[in-house]
Write a protein that binds this ligand. Structure first.
Ligand code: AP5
Length: 213
C-alpha cells in the first residue's frame, strides 16, 4: 500500500500519516522530518535545506528526489509506505512514478486533506513538535498530557523555525503555486481522495480509514 498525503502546510498531513502508520503498520516518511533531522545533526544536506526552509521556499527537486528515492528503497518499505510532504512538485511526482514504474508498481492512494488558508495560520501558531520522535501537538486542539512535554518520549516540545506567521504565509503561496497542481495530477490517475480536514483529527482519520479500508 503506497500512500501520498496531499494538502497545504498545516492541513494535518503529518497528524493523519502518524495514525495511518500506527494502524496499518507502515513507515511514515516525511521529507520535512528528514530535512529537520539533518539540520539538527549539522550535515551538509541539512545546511543546504535550511537555507530554503527558513525562507518558506522548497528545497530543490534534485536534492529532494535523490534523498526520497534512497529512503523508499530501504528494507522497511517492502509492504508500502506513507509519503508526507513528497511529492511537492510535478517533477517530483513524475520522478517517483518513473522509479515505481521500473518495478511495476504505482501510488495506490493520494489523500488530499483540505483546510482553508484562514484556518492554517491559526493551526501553525499553536503547533508544538517533538524534536526526538517527531510527534505533533497543538496547544489548544491536540495538547500533550503535560504542558510542553512529549507524551510518547518525554522530550521537551519545540516551536518549528518555519512556523512564524510571515514564513507560513510564504509557504502557503508556494503551496498554491507549486504543489496544488498535484491534485489534478493524481485525479487524472484515478487515485485521488479528498477529506475535510477542518474537523476533529479523529473524525478526519475515520474518513481516511473509510478510504483505505
Ligand atoms: P514539511 O515539514 O513537510 O511541512 P508542511 O508540508 O508545510 O506541512 P506541515 O508539517 O507544516 O503540516 P502538516 O500538514 O503535516 O500538519 P500537522 O499534522 O503538523 O516541510 C517543511 C519544509 O521542508 C518545506 O517548507 C520545504 O522547505 C521543505 N520540504 C519538505 N518536503 C519537501 C519537498 N518534497 N520538496 C521540497 N522541499 C521540501 O498539523 C498542523 C497543526 O495542526 C499541528 O499543531 C496539529 O496538532 C494540528 N492539527 C492537525 N490536525 C488537526 C485537526 N483535524 N484539527 C485541529 N488541529 C489539527
Amino acid at each position: 500500500m503506497k500512500i501520498v498525503m496531499l494538502g497545504a502546510p498545516g492541513a494535518g498531513k503529518g497528524t493523519q500519516a502518524d495514525r495511518i502508520a500506527e494502524s496499518y503498520e507502515l513507515p511514515h516518511i516525511s521529507t520535512g522530518d528528514i530535512f529537520r533531522k539533518n539540520i539538527s545533526e549539522g550535515t551538509e544536506l541539512g545546511k543546504e535545506a535550511k537555507s530554503y526552509m527558513d525562507k518558506g521556499a522548497l528545497v530543490p527537486d534534485e536534492l529532494t528526489i535523490r534523498m526520497l528515492l534512497d529512503r523508499v528503497g530501504a528494507d522497511d518499505c517492502g509492504r508500502g509506505y506513507i509519503l508526507d510532504g513528497f511529492p511537492r512538485t510535478i517533477p517530483q511526482a513524475e520522478a517517483l512514478d518513473e522509479e515505481l514504474g521500473k518495478i511495476g508498481e504505482k501510488i495506490d492512494y493520494a489523500i488530499d486533506v483540505e483546510v482553508p488558508d484562514e484556518d492554517i495560520i491559526n493551526r501553525m501558531s499553536g503547533r508544538r513538535a517533538c524534536p526526538k520522535c517527531q510527534a505533533i501537538y497543538h496547544i489548544a486542539y491536540i495538547p500533550p498530557k503535560k504542558d510542553g512535554i512529549c507524551d510518547q518520549c518525554g522530550a521537551e516540545l519545540i516551536i518549528r523555525d518555519d512556523d512564524k506567521p510571515e514564513t507560513v504565509r510564504k509557504r502557503l503561496q508556494v503551496y498554491h503555486e507549486q504543489t496544488q497542481p498535484l491534485i489534478d495530477f493524481y485525479r487524472k490517475k484515478g487515485v485521488l481522495h479528498t477529506v475535510d480536514g477542518t474537523r476533529d483529527a479523529d473524525e478526519v482519520f475515520s474518513d481516511v480509514k473509510g478510504i483505505l479500508g
